[in-house]
Design a protein around this ligand. Structure first.
Ligand SMILES: [Cu+2]
Length: 512
């Protein structure tokens, strides 16, 4: 007993030293290399300040079907049938050359391709739920955690009660996670697909609790693809809001054995190939069938309030929606005919929440369809990549989108000089807490974007906040979001803006 204790103490000490060294190293990298170093390939056009611009098409060692932004600014990515045995860590601080990618073997028994994913709030580690079994190909109840400090993927001893392929993991206000949906494959034994219509909650200690009184086929089970990466977010009251493809809406209270209630209202129909994203506290922009965009406001305690988000210019099946650093939503990729090059959109669309108008913006070099992903990076750019497996093109590549706010407004197409954050909290801060931010320029605006984790057209972690400031100065005081219901614990990108409307490279803000 004594010996075991000593060993475990020693292990903890070693782990702490490793983590400390890791943080020092990351700090040095951040000091030495600027995130702004990846410039667009050619000189940007005269409309770059209105439409943005794509950087060069660059190679990826895998098809990045899944992408997660780590708290050190690197991107953890995995996917593809080939990638089931590997995962890649991209270091944007190095650039887009082959030396910026580190590809490591997946030595777990889980094929993490099409698993569910979320962040562990205290550490920024990535939690992966389900997938399939590497040897049998059957659906899996495995749980794996990726630790950026050690770059390892570790199987957890506590697996889920249900097997889940294509499930969603939602980070809850108390730091727990709820697993929703997912399906069982047509297994090797020849049985037909079934669906995991019972949610379960993972406690901070890793143990799972089944929500046996919240079973539902229409919320996250067999009915109309509800099992397929259910679109779900914590609502401002602290329960989980679910928006189905069929248009039904639900509220799940995860306490005890769970309570599911259905709202009376319905939205129009959608599809698992169309994205939905929380673009403001309690407000979701949802792409529905036939180019329809709907804003779903879940801030009130009653029925959701539905309103038009305008019409997209193109039908974009398998597109991705990303909240930018300024709160606008950028939708890229997709095709009017499905996972097919006919009707594939190379251009992209920008949605302004103030006017609800969609505008056609910059064009990519290649199509992004099924199994593509897009992720906001700390420098305010968006990594787009992947697609294929299966699909018309197996996209072993990425392209970075430079939004309009990065360019000078004068039409020269030059990148605008950016303000720099001089001082921001480095320790974890709480909710509804005042803190000060200092920058090189007078600060005109402060925004916060929760770090993203994205796959299958759904970024279930992303959220945006405009933090009000009372005066424009180099040092301003701001208040963190009011509660964990509005801003679940974890890591956020803190952008400061100068008077010209140019954002800084973000600092990571840890809220908990
Ligand atoms: Cu998939």
């Amino acid at each position: 007993m004594e010996c075991t204790n000593m060993e475990s103490k020693n292990f903890i000490v070693v782990e702490r030293i490793e983590r400390f060294l890791y943080l020092i190293t990351v700090g040095l990298i951040l000091l030495l290399i600027s995130y702004g170093s990846i410039a667009p390939a050619a000189a940007a056009g005269s409309e770059a300040h209105l439409k943005g611009e794509f950087g060069p098409l660059h190679n990826w060692p895998i098809v990045p079907i899944h992408m997660a932004l780590l708290p050190d600014g690197r991107v953890f990515a995995f996917g593809t049938k080939m990638g089931k045995l590997k995962y890649t860590i991209w270091n944007p601080y190095i650039g887009i050359g082959t030396d910026a990618f580190e590809t490591l073997p997946n030595i777990t028994d889980t094929n993490i391709f099409c698993s569910g994913q979320a962040f562990i709030p205290g550490t920024g580690q990535a939690l992966l739920i389900g997938g399939t079994n590497l040897s049998s190909g059957d659906d899996s109840d495995d749980v794996n955690i990726f630790d950026p400090a050690t770059e390892t993927l570790t199987p957890q001893t506590q697996s889920m009660a249900f097997t889940r392929w294509y499930a969603t993991a939602v980070t809850l206000p108390n730091g727990e996670h709820v697993a929703l949906g997912g399906r069982r494959t047509e297994s090797s034994s020849g049985t037909s697909a079934t669906y995991s219509s019972t949610p379960e909650v993972r406690a901070a200690d890793g143990n799972w609790r089944t929500l046996s009184s919240a079973v539902s086929d229409s919320a996250y089970g067999a009915s109309r693809n509800s099992w397929n990466y259910p679109r779900a977010w914590v609502n401002p009251q602290g329960s989980v809001f679910i928006l189905t493809y069929q248009g039904l809406m639900y509220k799940l209270d995860t306490s005890g054995t769970g309570t599911l209630s259905q709202y009376t209202k319905k939205t129009s129909g959608s599809n698992s190939n169309l994205p939905s994203v929380m673009f403001a506290p309690g407000r979701i922009l949802s792409l529905r069938n036939n180019r329809v965009a709907t804003v779903v406001d879940i801030n009130g305690t009653g029925e959701p309030v539905l309103s038009s988000g305008g019409n997209l210019i193109k039908d974009r099946k398998y597109s991705n929606a990303t909240v930018l650093a300024d709160g606008r939503v950028w939708v890229n990729g997709g095709s009017s005919t499905g996972n097919d090059l006919t009707g594939a959109a190379l251009d992209s669309e920008l949605w302004d929440p103030a006017t609800r108008v969609w505008t056609t913006v910059a064009s990519a070099a290649t199509a992004r369809l099924y199994h593509s992903a897009s992720l906001l990076l700390p420098d305010g750019t968006v990594l787009t990549g992947g697609g294929g497996n299966p699909g018309p093109i197996r996209q072993l590549n990425g392209e970075i989108y430079y939004p309009p706010y990065l360019f000078k407004a004068d039409g020269t197409g030059e990148l605008a000089p950016r303000p720099e954050v001089v001082d921001a909290p480095t320790n974890m801060i709480g909710w509804d807490q005042e803190f000060s931010v200092e920058a090189t320029d007078p600060i005109a605006k402060v925004t916060l974007v929760r770090v993203g984790v994205v796959t299958h057209t759904f970024n279930n972690e992303q959220r945006f906040f405009d933090l009000p400031i009372s005066q424009t100065d180099n040092i301003v005081s701001v208040r963190s979001p009011a509660s964990a219901n509005i801003a679940p614990p974890g890591f956020y990108l803190l952008f400061v803006w100068n008077a010209s409307g140019t954002p800084s490279i973000a600092k990571f803000l840890h809220i908990g």
